[in-house]
Design a protein around this ligand. Structure first.
Ligand code: NAG
Ligand code: NAG
Ligand code: NAG
Length: 435
C-alpha cells in the first residue's frame, strides 16, 4: 500500500504520500482479508488446524532423482537452444492460432488438481512440444513472468477490507504493466481442502499448465506490495535455479528456524522439477491423511515453530533441511535485496529513503524529465549511478523492492489520506527541483 498509485513521473509524489501512512497507529483487525496470507505467524494464530491426516514420506520419482544428481541444462537453456527460437525471432504472436496437432491439453488425464496418484510427468517435453506448435512464444521466453496472487473467495467482513485488497492488487497490476508481465489474481479454492496458505500450490500448478509460454510463475501474497516500482528481478542470477525465495541460509541450516525464509513471495520455474517439488511440498498439506503428523514433525525439526500445525513455510524449510540433497541446489535463497521484506523492519526507514530519492531528483535534472510509462526503465537506469552507495536489503537506503505486511497490521498503516484519491494532485513541472 505504500506506493499504490505510482507510475513513472508520479514516483516521488507517491512515495511522499506514503509518509503520512507510517505515522498512524496500528488499529483494526481484518481477519477475513488475510485468509490467503502465506506462512506467517499471525496467520497461523488465526487459523486453527481444521484438518487431520497422515502423510506419505515424500518420494520423488527416480526420474527426478537422476535429474538432480547429474548436471543438465536448465529448462531455459533447452528452450534457448531450440531451433524454433532462432527461426522465429521476428514472428509476431498470433493469439488466433492453435494448430490441430495434439498437445498435453488433449490428454484427458491432465489436471491441475493436486493428487498424488496423478502426478504430472514429462512436463518439460510437453511444454516444449506446445511451444513448437506456437513458436512465436519462444523468443524472450526466459524473461517471461506470470505474477500470481489471490485472496479468499468471500467478501471481507470489515467494510474496508475489500478496498484494501483492491489497492494491493492495483499495486501489483501497476508493477506488471510497467515491466510487461502478465498477472493472474485467483479468488477460488482450486482444491477444497487446501485452504489458507496451502491454497497457492494448486493455483501455481494450474498457472503453469495454463501458461506454457511463461518461464517463471511469481507467487505474491495479497498483502505484499511493491515499494520499488523500478526494480527488476535479476533473473540472470537464477539461471541455474528453479525456485527463488527470500531467506537466510544461516538461519535455515544453523538455526533451523521456521522464519528463516518467507513463503509469501517466491519465483518458481515452469518445469518438471517444480511439478515434482510441489507434489512433495503439498504432501504436507491438509488434504492428506498425515497432516497432523506433519505438523508435529515440522515442529520437532524447526525449533522455534510455536504451533504444531503443518504450514507451507515450515514445509519448505523442512524440505531444505531434511531433503537438502534432493532440492536445495535448485532453490536460490535470496538475501541480497528485499525480494520480500518484513514491514516492521522497513516502514520506519521509508521516510528517510523517500527524502534521499527526492534529494537525488532535485539535483539530477535528467531524472526529472517527464516521460511515457513505457520508457520508464530508461530513467530507472539513469538513477542507478546515484544509488551506487545505497546498497541493497537490510540497512540500505534503496527503496525496498517488496514490503510484506502480515496478518492484521497492514490495515493499521493505511492512513485516511491513502484511501482518498482526491489527495493526489499534479506535480509541478520539473518537480522536485521546482518545489
Ligand atoms: C493467425 O493464425 C490464423 C490461423 O490460425 C490465421 O488465419 C491468421 O492470418 C494469423 N494471423 C496473423 C497476423 O498471422
Ligand atoms: C489415462 O490414465 C489411465 C489410467 O491411469 C491410463 O490407462 C490411460 O492410458 C491414460 N491416458 C492417456 C491418454 O495417457
Ligand atoms: C534518518 O536520517 C538521519 C540523517 O541521515 C539519521 O540521523 C536518522 O537516524 C535516520 N532515521 C532513521 C529512522 O533511519
Amino acid at each position: 500500500m505504500l506506493a499504490p498509485d505510482q507510475s513513472s513521473f508520479h514516483a516521488t509524489k507517491t512515495i511522499g504520500m506514503a509518509k503520512h501512512s507510517y505515522r498512524c497507529k496500528i488499529s483494526s483487525s481484518l481477519t477475513d482479508a488475510i485468509l490467503f496470507v502465506g506462512g506467517v505467524m499471525v496467520a497461523l494464530l488465526l487459523f486453527c488446524a481444521l484438518w487431520s491426516s497422515i502423510m506419505p514420506v515424500p518420494n520423488p520419482t527416480p526420474t527426478f532423482s537422476s535429474a538432480v544428481t547429474r548436471p543438465k541444462p536448465s529448462v531455459s537453456e533447452v528452450f534457448a537452444s531450440d531451433d524454433c527460437a532462432q527461426v522465429v525471432v521476428s514472428m509476431r504472436v498470433n493469439r488466433s492460432h492453435d494448430p490441430s496437432s495434439p498437445t498435453f491439453y488433449d490428454d484427458p488425464n491432465l489436471s491441475y488438481y493436486v493428487d498424488k496418484d496423478k502426478p504430472i510427468k514429462n512436463w518439460d517435453k510437453k511444454r516444449r512440444e506446445w511451444l513448437k506448435h506456437h513458436p512465436y512464444f519462444s523468443p524472450g521466453i526466459q524473461e517471461r513472468i506470470l505474477l500470481v496472487s489471490g485472496s479468499q473467495p468471500s467478501p471481507c467482513q470489515n467494510p474496508i477490507g475489500d478496498h484494501l485488497l483492491l489497492r494491493f492488487f492495483k499495486n501489483k497490476v501497476d508493477y506488471c504493466r510497467i515491466h510487461g508481465y502478465d498477472i493472474f489474481y485467483n479468488n477460488v479454492l482450486l482444491h477444497p481442502e487446501m485452504k489458507t496458505f496451502w491454497a497457492k500450490i494448486p493455483v501455481l500448478r494450474a498457472a503453469m499448465i495454463a501458461h506454457p509460454e511463461a518461464e517463471w510463475i511469481w507467487w505474491m501474497d495479497s498483502d505484499a506490495a511493491f515499494t520499488d516500482m523500478d526494480f527488476k528481478l535479476p533473473l540472470e542470477r537464477y539461471r541455474e535455479h528453479n525456485m527463488v525465495v527470500h531467506g537466510w541460509e544461516k538461519l535455515i541450516y544453523e538455526k533451523k528456524s521456521w522464519v528463516s525464509l518467507n513463503a509469501g513471495v517466491f519465483l518458481i520455474r515452469n518445469c518438471q522439477w517444480s511439478m515434482d517439488f510441489m507434489d512433495v511440498w503439498a504432501s504436507m498439506g491438509p488434504q492428506t491423511p498425515d497432516y497432523d503428523k506433519w505438523g508435529k514433525t515440522q515442529k520437532s525439526v524447526l525449533k522455534d515453530k510455536v504451533y504444531a500445525e503443518s504450514d507451507d513455510q515450515s514445509g519448505l524449510v523442512y524440505l531444505l533441511l531434511e531433503q537438502k540433497e534432493k532440492w536445495a541446489d535448485k532453490i536460490y535463497v535470496e538475501s541480497q535485496y528485499y525480494f520480500e521484506g518484513y514491514w516492521l523492519e522497513i516502514v520506519e526507514r521509508l521516510e528517510n529513503i523517500s527524502d534521499r530519492y527526492v534529494g537525488i531528483e532535485t539535483s539530477a535534472g535528467e531524472l526529472r524529465r517527464r516521460h511515457a510509462e513505457k520508457v520508464n526503465g530508461y530513467y530507472a537506469q539513469l538513477r542507478e549511478p546515484y544509488l551506487k552507495e545505497a546498497g541493497f536489503g537490510w540497512g540500505s537506503w534503496r527503496r525496498p523492492f517488496v514490503t510484506h505486511f502480515t496478518g492484521c497490521q497492514p490495515f493499521g498503516f493505511v492512513h485516511g489520506d491513502m484511501l482518498d484519491s482526491s489527495s493526489v494532485s499534479p506535480l509541478p513541472f520539473d518537480y522536485p527541483s521546482s518545489a
